[in-house]
Design a binder for this molecule. Structure first.
Ligand code: HEM
Length: 457
């Protein structure tokens, strides 16, 4: 019998640590502050000098909060944290402002329609395979962490702007986003502990600007083309945003507002998928038997032909790998909401303004919800006994009115990339290497993800 693989996660201490120890562990990563009981408690309360935070794990509570819409808007701490990067946009806005932004942005998402985006994904995945081939030629390990950023950013770049993303701009994005995550995380930690965070807040603006500078020239030229010279423009997400009208006033987005929406779609649309692909390839590298099975599935359904949406639909094993990766490493691991009116939950009384966190990382690794919760077992999604849990205790894309608008796009892109890689290479993990997951805005390996790729003839 093949043993089930348990991929790395920070082993929680048995007991809650003191304030200082928690601060030190949390300085690099949110998941490092959790302790044993965090994974099974129904509702927890954490008193910090800066604020009191509640974590709701009980399934009906999770549902109530996420479906609660305006009663539990996105927390101001999250909004402040992301502000240098995405400003006031469809991810961060609340209430009526969010509703009108969502109405304006919705038509742009027609460009992420699965049939329309499939050829872009296949082309970007082919370019990735060529890059891996070149990098693996000497037989040494290849760090796939920046490569997954490149392919995911390339896919969303092609969908947004009808352009490919070259290696130089991809490197700028990967490096700047890594820096932004570190600085924004530190600022957030300090604010939660009631400490001054100004230095980190100020420093985080630099990498955010470096990312904006990659697409500002494209956005400004196209905006001026349409609004200044009446040019029709290419039919893509950017053009839909430039042409979008407010549902009541009929006003267009300003150029800065288009920049904010573009930044949001670009960041929400590549960093999360890149994280998923990195962890999926790592776990396949560790689990040769699952890798062989999925390679056989891809060969049976696609042969040597370019992948299509119809082929992906039939790749059940690949889809289960996607789901299981998102269960174990949900890129958005914590969803912080704000309590708008005093409310009672279980035995707790929450005052207005309190932070109420719903945590895919915890609910999806809770042993009351899933058997062997920390183990990588894609087949669990085939078991009818797990069908109800897959509905209630699996929500890497959120749930309710603020659910991710790119979930179908992400599934198609991750499946396309993994299928393209496994049919071309046998993947393995260098002896002695174990990645350390770090959770800031998303979950990435602390020191990259070197893997070995052997071409399959
Ligand atoms: C594996 C990949 C992805 C994951 C795990 C993910 C996860 C999430 C989650 C959890 C939320 C809701 C956050 C909350 O309720 O606080 C969200 C929202 C959002 N996502 Fe994704 N996402 C992914 C890919 C994408 C892609 C590919 C796009 C765009 C093409 C996208 C665009 C958005 C947008 C615009 C929102 C805000 C929706 C709103 O509030 O109206 N995401 N995502």
């Amino acid at each position: 019998m093949t043993e089930i693989f348990t991929p790395p996660y920070p082993r929680p201490p048995r007991n809650k640590r003191g304030l200082v120890k928690r601060f030190l562990r949390g300085w690099h990563s949110w998941i490092h502050v959790l302790f044993d009981k965090s994974y099974t408690m129904k509702m927890g309360e954490i008193r910090l000098p800066g604020r009191t935070m509640y974590i709701a794990n009980e399934l009906p509570l999770v549902d109530r909060i996420l479906r609660g819409g305006t009663a539990f808007p996105k927390h101001s701490e999250l909004v402040r944290n992301l502000d240098p990067l995405i400003g006031n946009s469809v991810f961060s806005a609340n209430g009526a402002d969010w509703e009108s932004q969502r109405a304006m942005v919705n038509p742009a998402f027609a460009h992420t329609a699965l049939g329309r985006s499939m050829p872009l994904m296949v082309a970007a995945a082919d370019d990735l395979v060529a890059r891996i081939e070149a990098a693996a030629r000497d037989g040494g390990p290849v760090d796939i962490d920046p490569m997954m950023t490149h392919v995911a950013a390339d896919i969303i770049f092609r969908t947004l702007f009808s352009q490919t993303l070259d290696a130089e701009r991809s490197n700028i994005i990967h490096t700047a986003f890594g820096r932004f995550q570190r600085l924004a995380h530190s600022a957030s930690m300090l604010r939660l502990y009631g400490l001054p965070a100004g230095w980190f807040e100020k420093r985080s603006k630099g990498p955010a600007r470096a990312i904006h500078d990659v697409f500002r020239p494209i956005v400004e030229a196209r905006y001026a083309g349409f609004h200044g010279r009446g040019e029709a423009g290419t039919r893509d997400i950017l053009q839909s945003l430039i042409e979008a009208k407010h549902p009541e006033t009929g006003a267009h987005f300003t150029c800065e507002e288009v920049m904010e929406q573009v930044s949001t779609i670009f960041l929400a649309g590549h960093e999360t998928s890149a994280s998923t692909m990195t962890w999926a390839l790592y776990m396949l590298g560790e689990c040769g038997h699952i890798q062989t099975r999925v390679r056989e599935e891809v060969a049976r359904l696609a042969g040597g032909q370019p992948l299509t949406g119809a082929m992906l639909k039939d790749m059940g094993q690949l889809r289960n790998i996607f789901k299981e990766t998102l269960r174990l490493y949900p890129p958005v691991s914590f969803l912080p909401r704000e309590v708008t009116c005093p409310v009672d939950m279980r035995d707790k009384h929450l005052e207005a303004g309190a932070m109420l966190v719903v945590a895919p990382w915890l609910t999806q690794r809770n042993k009351d919800n899933w058997a062997c919760p920390h183990a990588f077992d894609p087949d669990r999604f085939e078991d009818p006994a797990n069908a109800e849990m897959a509905k209630q205790a699996w929500f890497p894309f959120g749930r309710g009115p603020r659910v991710c608008v790119g979930a179908g796009f992400a599934q198609q892109e991750v499946m396309t990339v993994i299928a393209s890689v496994v049919r071309r290479f046998a993947i393995s993990v260098p002896a002695g290497f174990t990645p350390e997951p770090i959770s800031r805005l998303t979950i990435r390996p602390r020191t990259g993800m070197p893997l070995l790729f052997t071409p399959i003839s």
